[in-house]
Design a protein around this ligand. Structure first.
Ligand code: NAD
Length: 253
């Protein structure tokens, strides 16, 4: 059996880091990709220290050259079976009236364009492997509004639609496409967003006050990573073209 390989973007931090560790624990060799190359190498070192196989690499998912090279590096580890797109950014400010064209284009390129840029090189390898999965990371904000979140929410909604489209286009090749939409997760991104909005961690429910979720706390990155690793793996063989909302019950309130 060929070695299964996954590419995880945004894997220096937060959900991406936890996802790289979870996929490695499932037996995948992991191409750990992040704009923060030193951080990517740290995650890869954590995996190898635990007995897994990983390579950390500086990758800007907004760069076509970087994306092509990242897929090539993954292919050298074995058989590519999953492209896991986790890298994502928010914008500040983020209303239709206030966001600059440069910030809008950057956000769209990282959050949505990257799936196309990586996908065009990854899909032929997934097809050659007899199938696999493309995972995107949306957000509960594809569904739930929040003031000052226009471009971010629009980009996360686009991933829900793209996931459905990819599922249809790639089903003949045995390639599944699944989107995961986390709610609030305690990561550096969330902490930065809270600070930008002048909120304390307690305001946002980080003190387990239950103010934002049905289960009374926000998620840990490892809990979202478990969902992503499951949908990326063969165990989720009939999960396709859909979005798994992992929001600790936020939308249920
Ligand atoms: P994070 O900021 O902790 O990690 C994001 C990682 O992406 C960072 O390591 C960063 O360096 C990397 N990155 C940014 N731009 C990049 C680029 N151009 N090329 C390559 N890597 C790049 O964020 P997180 O909270 O772990 O979020 C991960 C994903 O989950 C994002 O797509 C985010 O929108 C989504 N999400 C997060 C939450 C949450 O509550 N944290 C909720 C819903 C969805």
């Amino acid at each position: 059996m060929a070695q299964r390989v996954s590419i995880v973007t945004g894997a220096a931090s937060g959900i991406g880091r936890a996802t790289a560790l979870a996929l490695a624990a499932q037996g995948d060799a992991v191409l750990v990709a992040d704009l923060d190359g030193a951080g990517a190498e740290r995650t890869a070192a954590e995996i190898t220290a635990a007995g897994g196989v990983a390579v950390g690499r500086a990758v800007n998912v907004a760069s076509a050259e970087d994306c092509e090279a990242a897929v090539g590096a993954a292919a050298s580890l074995g058989e590519l079976r999953a492209l896991v797109n986790v890298a994502g950014i928010a914008a500040d400010p983020d209303t239709v009236e206030s966001i600059s064209d440069a910030d809008l284009e950057r956000l769209w390129s990282v959050n949505v364009g990257a799936v196309f840029r990586l996908g065009r090189h990854a899909i032929p390898l997934l097809r050659a492997a007899g199938g696999g999965a493309i995972v995107t990371t949306s957000s509960v904000h594809a569904y739930a509004t929040m003031t000052g979140n226009a471009a971010y929410a629009a980009s996360k909604g686009a991933l829900v639609a793209l996931t459905r489209q990819l599922a249809l286009d790639l089903a003949p090749d045995g390639i599944r496409s699944v989107c995961v939409a986390p709610g609030s997760v305690d990561t550096p991104l969330t902490r930065r967003e809270l600070a930008r909005r002048g909120l304390s961690a307690a305001d946002a429910g980080f003190d387990d006050s239950g103010s934002t979720t049905a289960i009374g706390r926000v998620a840990r990155p490892e809990e979202i990573a478990a969902v992503i690793a499951w949908v990326a793996g063969d165990a989720a063989s009939v999960v396709n073209g859909t979005t798994v909302v992992a929001d600790a019950g936020l939308l249920a309130r």
